[in-house]
Write a protein that binds this ligand. Structure first.
Ligand SMILES: [Fe+2]
Length: 376
């Protein structure tokens, strides 16, 4: 079910109040930095004006947002302005501090040299074939406080689709998931290959894929560091509900669990992500974040399961479990698969797709099915 916000006058007023902030930030960025990072396409420059004309998801019989609709809309609008400013700056905003975006450009340049070398030694084709071969993993996790109605509840966890990295990749994914049975689908970010620029070309394959991942208890997604806030305008078309520092409660046979999704903390960290992980009052809580780096906060706030991706399991490993690079700094155990932090269990997906270079070595692509069981 989709509904109009019903408070368009208030939102329009808020948009007008926030626009000067956006303008000032952009001006500071242009005058005081040598190069503004080319991110938001010019054609979307005025998208913010039309945010209040957007139709938003309201609650469904099996799930509902925890915040009142009006509060959520205001929070979403504030987030959109904040995220659009962060995307236009030349640095990354991490929890640990600011980092230059040029590191990624250097990384991509080095990858091109590496790809050239792989071609010379004849391994590129093998790695490309590996990247197109996706395995479906099955994991069962037991929790003592899982409400009995959710015993056997299965989650389809997809991360790092990077659906434009390989031609025809959507069809390969669809072939793998079309016969799978699941109750809920959670996507933990990174839908396109690049970290900036246009994304229109991923809409068609994403629409195609979204038809196969509609689950009875909903399909929810968070954004990754490769994604832009502008993608939030396509919830209606895909039927995928974006959680940006928001929570939904899933209802089954009168019992509830909570799912919280944060914005990406690897490039676009804000305090709003931490605040969203402070939701209380549920027997069982799941956090979905693009990267593992908010695991401490989630565990401290009583979350029971933390789902993430981002690492691609390393994508290129010397041997299974030994990545050359993993782009996360929390510790080796967070690179891929199951891990624990206190009473919280976590799962880092090895990712469906690839980025940087369309190859994988000793690190298969993954579509994860996670079944929750009540520990007796
Ligand atoms: Fe990724």
């Amino acid at each position: 079910m989709l509904c109009k916000t019903g408070n368009s006058g208030k939102l329009r007023l808020m948009t007008l109040e926030l626009l000067p902030t956006l303008f000032i930030n952009k001006t500071i960025s242009i005058f005081f930095q040598k190069k503004i990072y080319p991110t938001t396409p010019k054609k979307y420059r005025f998208s913010i004006y039309f945010l209040n004309k957007k139709e938003y998801f309201c609650s469904m019989p099996n799930w509902k947002f925890t915040l009142p609709e009006e509060v959520r809309m205001e929070q979403r609008l504030f987030w959109a302005v904040q995220r659009s400013v962060l995307e236009s700056l030349h640095y990354l905003n991490r929890k640990s501090g600011r980092k230059s975006k040029r590191r990624w450009d250097l990384f991509v340049f080095l990858l091109k040299i590496f790809a050239f070398l792989l071609r010379i030694v004849g391994l590129y084709r093998k790695g490309y074939g590996n990247a197109k071969t996706i395995r479906v993993t099955h994991t069962t996790l037991e929790f003592p406080n899982l409400p009995p109605a959710f015993d056997g509840f299965t989650i389809l966890h997809l991360s790092d689709l990077h659906i434009d990295s390989i031609p025809g990749f959507a069809a390969i994914i669809i072939k793998k998931i079309k016969n799978l049975k699941f109750d809920l689908c959670l996507l933990t970010g990174d839908y396109r290959k690049d970290i900036h620029g246009l994304f229109n070309h991923i809409l068609k394959p994403m629409y195609a894929l979204s038809k196969y991942i509609q689950a009875p208890y909903g399909t929810f997604a968070v954004l990754g560091n490769h994604d832009t806030w502008l993608m939030s305008r396509y919830e209606k078309e895909t039927g995928v509900v974006l959680l940006v520092n928001e929570s939904v409660e899933i209802v089954k046979d009168g019992q509830k669990i909570l799912i919280t999704g944060t914005d990406d903390p690897y490039y676009y960290f804000t305090e709003m992500a931490l605040m969203s992980l402070q939701t209380k009052g549920y027997d069982f809580k799941i956090a979905m974040v693009h990267t593992p780096e908010l695991y401490r906060e989630a565990a401290a706030n009583g979350y029971h399961l933390y789902l993430c991706g981002h690492t691609h399991g390393g994508q290129i490993c010397l041997k299974e479990g030994m990545p050359v690079l993993s782009h996360q700094y929390e510790g080796r155990q967070f690179n891929a698969g199951l891990w624990e932090s206190g009473k919280m269990k976590g799962y880092t997906s090895s990712g469906v797709g690839v980025s940087g270079m369309p190859v994988r070595f000793n690190c298969p692509a993954e579509i994860a099915l996670i079944t929750l069981k009540t520990k007796k």
